[in-house]
Ligand binder design. Sequence first.
Ligand SMILES: Cc1cc2nc3c(=O)[nH]c(=O)nc-3n(C[C@H](O)[C@H](O)[C@H](O)COP(=O)(O)OP(=O)(O)OC[C@H]3O[C@@H](n4cnc5c(N)ncnc54)[C@H](O)[C@@H]3O)c2cc1C
Ligand SMILES: NC(=O)c1ccc[n+]([C@@H]2O[C@H](COP(=O)([O-])OP(=O)(O)OC[C@H]3O[C@@H](n4cnc5c(N)ncnc54)[C@H](OP(=O)(O)O)[C@@H]3O)[C@@H](O)[C@H]2O)c1
Ligand SMILES: Cc1cc2nc3c(=O)[nH]c(=O)nc-3n(C[C@H](O)[C@H](O)[C@H](O)COP(=O)(O)O)c2cc1C
Length: 728
Amino acid sequence: MVPESNSSVIPQADHLTVFFASQTGNAESISRNIHEQAQERGFKSGHYVLNDHAKVDWEKEECLVFVVSTTGDGDPPDNSTKFWRHLRKLKGTGLTKAKYAILGLGDTNYDNFCQTAKRLDTKLQELGASPFYPRGLADDATGLEETVDPWIKNLWPALAHQVISAPTIHDLPQPHLTAEETKIVKEIIEHEHQKTALSPTLKSSAATNAIVKGSNAQPPSAPPVGSLTRSMDALSVTPPTAPPAPATGNTIRIDFSSMANHSNLTALPRVPNANLKITQLETTSTAGSSRRIVPSFIQSPTPLFSAKINSVQCLTPDDALKRTLLVEFGFDDDVEYAPGDSFGIWAPNDESLVRGVLATLGVKDEDLNKLVKLEGEGIPSHLQTVHSASLLDIFRYAVDLTTSTKKANIRLFADHATDLAEKQKLMFMSSKQGTELFNDLRAQSPTLLDILHTFSSVKIPVVRVIETLPPLQPRYYSITSSPMAKNGHHRWSCAFNVVQFELPVGVKRRGVCTPWLDDLSGKVSYGKPVTTGLSNIRVPMFIKPNETKFNLPVDTTKPVIMIGPGTGVAPFMGFLEHRAEQRKIKKRLVNIGSGSRQHLDDLFGEMWLFFGCRHRDRDWLFRQQMEEYQSDGVLTQLHLAVSREEDVPNSGKYVQDLIRRESKKVWDLLHEKGALIYVCGDAKGMARSVHDELVAVLVEHGGYEKMAAIMELNKWAQDKRYLRDLWA
Ligand SMILES: Cc1cc2nc3c(=O)[nH]c(=O)nc-3n(C[C@H](O)[C@H](O)[C@H](O)COP(=O)(O)OP(=O)(O)OC[C@H]3O[C@@H](n4cnc5c(N)ncnc54)[C@H](O)[C@@H]3O)c2cc1C
Ligand SMILES: NC(=O)c1ccc[n+]([C@@H]2O[C@H](COP(=O)([O-])OP(=O)(O)OC[C@H]3O[C@@H](n4cnc5c(N)ncnc54)[C@H](OP(=O)(O)O)[C@@H]3O)[C@@H](O)[C@H]2O)c1
Ligand SMILES: Cc1cc2nc3c(=O)[nH]c(=O)nc-3n(C[C@H](O)[C@H](O)[C@H](O)COP(=O)(O)O)c2cc1C
């Protein structure tokens, strides 16, 4: 639909191509929004993932818009790696015709903020293209919307100025409210002026319909037809048990008193188009079909397989701050991997949350397992493969029910609120004036159910919810074992903290994957590995080779410095097991006797580990293995930081303190023996402090100026000599 007041200045159907590269879905949905708005404004717009770059003739393109995120340690998303390989090969200035604009998504908790967008910008200019609009860099740490919304708002004038010769920027329409939005905002203002109470529920159904039927309102999903079969049993990862009771949701606490101070709402986000259609399938039976562990619509970057759980061990006693599990998975086929790789687990959303959401959306129990098909032009890529799945499975595996909501979604919920006071509140939070309250809402990390519970008059069709939610992501875990160890190609292990915490408002929250694995494996107690009672469990997973080469060097004589506090030590346990196996083989091959360890040590580079825990007796993960590796000569030096114990001999609070203490020896290892540095774990505090400490090492012992030291470390990062696997 073209907004009314725009019609007089619609550009003359010029062509626009919108590309995206996205790891977790943000860039995809933002770019789709741009594409849809472009179409509404009269542009012929194409929308492509960057890996599909060949579908467009770049040399002929005049107007390109890119929305790209950054992942890993300044790396491009997986769905653009093919494009980057292609781009690296391009030479010359073949893109002189092209004008472009780039919107980068990133997070300032990571050092290489929006690196993909910056690299793309540089490369496009090298190839002769020129930007027609300043680059936008949006920060997840403060909220993408802060940058994304104004960037999109000002894109249109810039684009029109660029593409259409006639109007100047000032002649062009600024993004504005649709007639529907204007009407609602007017109602809000009038309502304020009348100083009526804030929560009158509209009683008349005619009035309710008038408000609810917005431009995007849709009839509820198709009524059940035919005899549809259950798919749940075939897809369960554990034997079917009685389903849990649906969750009811928590009330989000927000003080709306400041709302009365605003009589004018601006910058209301655009509600995404309703493109998705849901069709109930006739009598499609999965009964008797082969046992799948996840629905077939799941798209996995590498082949998905089902792993057994061989053993589960709780590494931390009850008085530890975090509960850490070590899980060993087993599989029948040979799986190729290297230490430093990780694997992705497809965990479902919490079952009671799924059932709570579906019940709140009005889906009846008898319809939960009926099969439906999702279709529609331009629907998000994660929904394009849902050809036959139950609503239960769609809500279990396709959509994210727990990640922070966006203003556009709040705006959508406002459209569907049947109570005027709730509609006002939602509308207000989605506006510029309501940003503070929106942030209060986000601070409580509400699930979709909490929002629907708190704003209970929201009657939104299930199809709109599916289309608007971000995709559920797999969770990745670094492999703590080596393929060279006994049976190593048929098993691997990982270590993780079970994510469960309480918000300041007293609400308990759980992560998606780690509590699921904990529940599935029976919440084992602290102590020895448990191997019984696990035989029926299957976990869907896939291997994720480490694109950034966070693997041991091929040259085994190179020393390695490994820095990983907490579960950040996970990949290094794999490195150490691998090196232990390499040493065993070498020992056999060159027939080194038991007395010649020195000779063996000379054949392998030194391995140093900087590890950090809070209390040695509570969360010194892998203590026994570390000590054994040290006494066997595999681990040359172990530096232990202990953050919550006083006066620990030879220790410091954090790993960076120990790097400082050992700075001369660290420099010697780097300078004289060309050591590689590996950092793993928390991107927010640890990785940055470690980076600063490494800069200090180069300044103090290498004679570098501070800027030169930073540049040198950057070079080492490019040369894969300084490698980081980080998570914020
Ligand atoms: C390549 C790679 C390898 C990884 N390897 C490992 C590994 O070996 N071990 C490991 O443990 N993790 C690892 N991770 C992280 C892991 O993938 C998951 O992110 C993590 O286990 C949480 O998943 P979850 O589904 O349980 O929680 P989620 O559902 O993802 O919830 C986590 C979110 O909860 C919120 N949260 C958590 N704690 C709090 C709190 N106290 N207060 C407020 N909010 C909070 C945060 O927003 C956090 O992002 C790795 C990540 C990557 C990208
Ligand atoms: N490949 C990967 O990307 C990968 C692999 C494994 C783990 N991870 C992720 O990495 C993170 C590891 O954290 P964790 O929860 O296991 O660790 P943790 O238990 O929270 O902390 C481990 C130690 O680090 C200390 N610490 C806190 N702030 C620090 C800082 N700024 N600098 C240095 N040390 C600091 C803690 O001290 P105090 O609490 O006493 O301050 C504690 O002693 C998790 O988010 C995990 O998901 C990622
Ligand atoms: C594992 C991981 C690594 C990340 N690495 C970076 C990074 O190096 N630099 C950066 O600016 N942002 C980084 N981010 C933040 C993302 O770019 C940001 O969350 C963005 O909104 C994701 O967009 P997408 O959903 O389109 O992938 C990282 C996020 C994750 C989860």
